[in-house]
Write a protein that binds this ligand. Structure first.
Ligand SMILES: CC(C)(COP(=O)(O)OP(=O)(O)OC[C@H]1O[C@@H](n2cnc3c(N)ncnc32)[C@H](O)[C@@H]1OP(=O)(O)O)[C@@H](O)C(=O)NCCC(=O)NCCS
Length: 180
């Protein structure tokens, strides 16, 4: 029996795949961590993570992309998500496809987010043939904005995120963009 995980694509050190039910508790631990979620209004509950995973599985079926479940190839460990997500919330740059990332803090500072995001852009432009990808983050989320810059995205605008209007520290956001 072949127990090798089938990835949608790989980068040098990471494998990208659709979500499995067994990822839910692992992602819930990541999204339930106050340090990892310090630029969000709140940590996510187990139920919210379950809904997130189901939403990503559905998006993958419909669009052939989602925020992918990511594994470290050498250990086969699930490390979080990096990927693409269709967005239609109220903003001047939506509807659009964005790129995003959330990794277990044990896997920060290894260059994984940047390596994975570059690989996802390749998939977006060469396989999906999307024309433009955007990324957003609160202005104070420097680690995330640094990834945007390192993968070649350019700052397009600053905006107040309507979903964050009750959270003044993170309401002011930036939108970066990269074209095919
Ligand atoms: C945003 C996030 C994914 C960034 O992760 P990260 O590990 O800091 O990002 P990178 O992959 O760019 O790695 C950064 C560092 O790894 C180091 N590094 C170590 N080994 C490396 C290697 N082989 N190759 C490249 N960089 C390496 C580099 O020094 C780099 O830092 P530098 O660019 O300042 O030199 C992470 O902070 C996170 O999950 N945050 C919580 C969720 C979140 O805020 N998401 C975004 C919402 S908008």
């Amino acid at each position: 029996m072949n127990l090798e995980t089938s990835y949608i694509f790989k980068s040098k050190r990471l494998g990208f795949r659709n979500w499995k039910e067994s990822d839910i508790p692992k992602m819930a631990k990541i999204s339930g961590d106050a340090e990892i979620m310090r630029f969000f209004p709140a940590v996510a509950t187990f139920e919210q993570t379950k809904e997130f995973v189901f939403r990503m599985q559905k998006m993958f079926e419909e669009r052939h992309y989602c925020y992918f479940a990511v594994e470290e190839l050498k250990s086969k460990k699930f490390i979080g998500f990096i990927g693409l997500c269709f967005q239609d919330y109220e903003a001047q740059f939506t509807p659009c496809t964005d790129i995003g990332w959330r990794l277990d803090k044990k896997f920060w500072n290894k260059g994984y987010a940047t390596e994975g995001a570059k690989r996802c852009l390749e998939y977006a432009f060469q396989v999906l043939e999307l024309e433009k990808i955007i990324a957003t983050a609160p202005k104070i989320n420097e680690p995330s904005i640094s990834v945007m810059k390192k993968i070649g995205m350019q700052k397009k605008l600053e905006f107040k995120h309507f979903k964050l209007k009750d959270f003044p520290k993170i309401e002011e956001c930036v939108c970066y963009e990269i074209q095919q």
